[in-house]
Ligand binder design. Sequence first.
Ligand SMILES: [Zn+2]
Length: 422
Amino acid sequence: MISITFKNVRLIDPLHATDITTDLVIREGIIQPLGSPFTQHVVEATGLIAAPGFWDTHVHFRDPGNPVAETRKTGAAAAAAAGFTHVVTMPNTSPAGDSVAWLEEQRLDATLPVSILPSACITQGRRGDTLADLKTLAKHGASCFTDDGSYVASDALMRAAMIEAKALNRTIFDHAVVPALAKDGVIRDCPAARTLDLPIFPAEAEIEAVRRDIALCRETGCRLVIQHISTAGAVALIRAAQAEHLPVTAEASPHHLALAAEDIPGDAPNWRMNPPLGNHEDVRAIRAAVLDNTLQLFATDHAPHTAESKARGFRHAPFGVIGLETAIGVTYKVMVLEEKMAIDHWLRRWTLGPAEILGLPPPSLSVGQIADLVLIDTYTPWKVDPQRFHSLSRNTPFDGWTLPARAVLTIAQGKLVYTAFS
Ligand SMILES: [Zn+2]
């Protein structure tokens, strides 16, 4: 457990609407009352922000199944270096996350620097034909349910899953893309799609799935999160559903907030993800929906792939981009600097929003609590160099970007798990 003092730090704790410059003392991993005597280890933190550790409801650690792309160990190290203390791992591993053994393997590794809150499959093997044993999975630590990577196409099955999840006080996260509409599409209509003559992935593939999911949400009352939303049409449906007081929101991922299909620089497989980048109008709609709290959480959809698999070009490479180590910088750039979002609201989308959606206690920097904390530097721009990532994979569209903010220190469960200070 760490004992450390951050001198003259800007402490922002959205839960208590705190935003003060103070000396923050942590002793034996516990947050001390303001005015407490300093510890021996003092960090001069003028200009740095101390906030609750970040939560990411959507990461792929490829473990078990593809340890060349990422492992739990390297994924968790990337999360810690990026300011995250809690991550929700997706169940589209090999084998899929539909068993108690899988959950325990994800959850009970005490050597990892951050807390893993594994999701579990909605359907057995993510095959979409038989419901998984949600009750047993919840009992053994499934934080939520999703078949991420696949849509649960059967209305009857999704209805049954929502009824059961509601009874278990769990949220359903859906990869809302109707396969029959997406077909073999890989990109939205845009100049790069036409130049490269790529199969088009229409916006309707997402919009129709969201329409169906909202209808089932209305019917069952189950908490629902649309994963990685990418279209203005789906955003409008969610806003209308919230006006009916339905418990639905969606994840805004950094790439869908920062990049548009029109920006795709030719045959660039690191710009290929599922759902694909929307056009400028979609990006504007997603940003507006983050600002007005229609979208209550950011999530990276950190999806590592080897350089070899991504070398197949836009047409054949696997879908997905990594996102943890650029998450703070990209979302700070687009939402705080460009869209003038208040910093405490930006922090909420990475902390209170995800925890609330998962039905878990709100993260905060309350006195007497064990420290889960990130120190953020918003004054020193840095250049993205994927070779320096802790992640095993390098598939980022932000290679070479200059970002305005980053995590410089992370404490998780009272332990120092990352520091950029020598
Ligand atoms: Zn997905």
